[in-house]
Design a binder for this molecule. Structure first.
Ligand code: GLC
Length: 437
């Protein structure tokens, strides 16, 4: 297998996920067709031809992503509903046949690349509209059809022809849009272990013909990174925890593994007008830091609306992240987990920039006056508060406190930093420690 290019990916650490399609019109998330059991024919009638993103300007999205410190972006070329944002010769269910009247991915790829971001495509393995996709009882708007009707509708369907359709579209995606760096497939639902399970067979590597697909992708673009949702033995190039951050760095076969956690802002991925459970900006920043502290990437999702704009709640959060990144991007890009010998204090996260031997201490809960770091005495050249570049004195507890400090469990190798009393005015203050050679 050709080795994918992982260097840019670990360097980047932060990317934008974009879920956009005709489901932006019902505005109840990208699963609306399944959740409300809307027949694919009705769905198409209601939302397809009239899709009219007249305010679509990928340059605006790309600018915001770049400002927020995102270094790559992955957009839904096709989601589970089967609608394609690109001009494919293998379907008529595509942006070109809506009121947009054009391929929406071409200007997208150009805009993001122009801002220096890498680009990737999300591609749904499921397709609830494709005439060859065999309807099953697991997922999709027709999952509850009476057995007879389901059988009838499935008579002429053939997953082999569907797998060929996916390969054809993959060829289009990897040849017509410049250098694509990531293919993000979603998702596999293996057979239930119990053969009596009324849901019946699921779909996985056999149905997607995943091995052939991956070989095909690599032949077109040897360096491409592919996610781990194709159901292949051994996963993919990176692990893709969804909506959570692992507890620690991940490994595979005893070796450090590449991973990327994807998370959304408000509970679903596609645009939702009534969304009320928005995540707070500070919490999102802590999530990014937490991810990098464990050698992961964060792919943070936005769901543009039917007119092609990001809603104010989304923009506000990305601007907050941008404000933080203005001062702190250096603790994210090119950084990763700290060497195990450094013990992270409670309520903090370390990230480590190996080339400059800098340890970044992200302080999630601002302590009173001192930050105590075990094992670092004598190892630190200087400490700065990143926000304003000001000195943080390495002198810690007063001599008069040392006696009780020892009784309280502090060791002689303790380094105590003297902090300002009030929390510096930023979501997550960071102290940069330059270590001695
Ligand atoms: C899930 C959902 C999907 C979303 C994806 C993102 O698998 O099916 O709607 O695109 O997660 O990771």
């Amino acid at each position: 297998m050709t080795h994918p290019d992982t260097v840019w990916f670990t360097e980047a650490r932060f990317g934008m996920f974009i879920h956009w399609g005709i489901y932006a019109t019902p505005a109840r998330g990208e699963w609306v067709m399944n959740q409300e059991s809307i027949d694919p024919v009705d769905y198409r009638q209601r939302y397809f031809a009239d899709f009219n993103p007249d305010l679509y300007s990928p340059v605006v999205w790309a600018d915001l992503a770049a400002r927020a410190g995102m270094r790559y972006a992955v957009i839904t070329a096709k989601h589970h509903d089967g609608f394609c944002l690109f001009d494919s010769q293998f379907t008529d269910y595509k942006a070109t046949n809506t009121r947009a009247k054009r391929d929406l991915l071409k200007p997208w790829a150009a805009a993001f690349r122009e801002r220096g971001l890498r680009t990737g495509f999300y591609y749904s393995l499921l397709d609830w509209s494709h005439p060859e996709f065999v309807i099953d009882r697991h997922w999709g708007p027709l999952r509850d059809l009476p057995a007879e009707e389901m059988a009838l509708r499935n008579v002429d369907r053939d997953m082999r022809r569907y797998a060929a359709y996916m390969r054809n579209q993959a060829t289009e995606l990897l040849t017509n849009y410049g250098d694509i760096d990531v293919m993000w497939f979603d998702f596999t639902y293996p057979n239930p272990p119990d053969p009596e399970n009324p849901l019946g067979p699921g779909k996985g590597a056999a149905e997607w013909e995943s091995e052939t697909l991956v070989k095909h992708l690599r032949s077109l673009r040897p360096n491409i990174l592919i996610d781990d949702r194709l159901g292949l033995e051994g996963g993919g190039d990176f692990i893709s925890p969804e909506q959570f951050c692992p507890r620690a760095c991940l490994t595979r076969n005893g070796k450090p593994a590449l991973w990327e956690s994807c998370q959304n802002l408000c509970g679903h991925w596609g645009y939702g007008r009534e969304g009320t459970s928005w995540r707070d900006s500070d919490e999102l920043i802590r999530t990014l830091v937490d991810t990098v502290s464990k050698d992961g990437n964060l792919l943070l999702n936005v769901g543009p609306n039917a007119r092609g704009e990001l809603c104010p709640d989304t923009v506000e959060r990305l601007e907050d992240i941008a404000a933080w990144m203005r001062y702190h991007a250096c603790t994210i890009h090119g950084c990763g987990s700290a060497p195990a010998e450094f013990v992270c204090p409670p309520d903090c996260r370390f990230t480590w920039h190996a080339p400059s031997r800098t340890l970044y201490v992200h302080v999630f809960a601002w302590p009173y006056k001192h930050l105590h770091l075990d094992g670092l005495r004598g190892k630190v050249r200087d400490a700065r508060l990143l926000l304003d570049g000001s000195e943080i004195p390495l002198r810690g507890l007063g001599r008069w406190q040392m006696h009780t400090a020892r009784n309280a469990g502090f060791g002689d190798d303790l380094l105590s930093l003297t902090l300002p009393i009030s929390k510096p005015k930023t979501a997550v203050p960071v102290i940069a420690l330059r270590l001695n050679e």
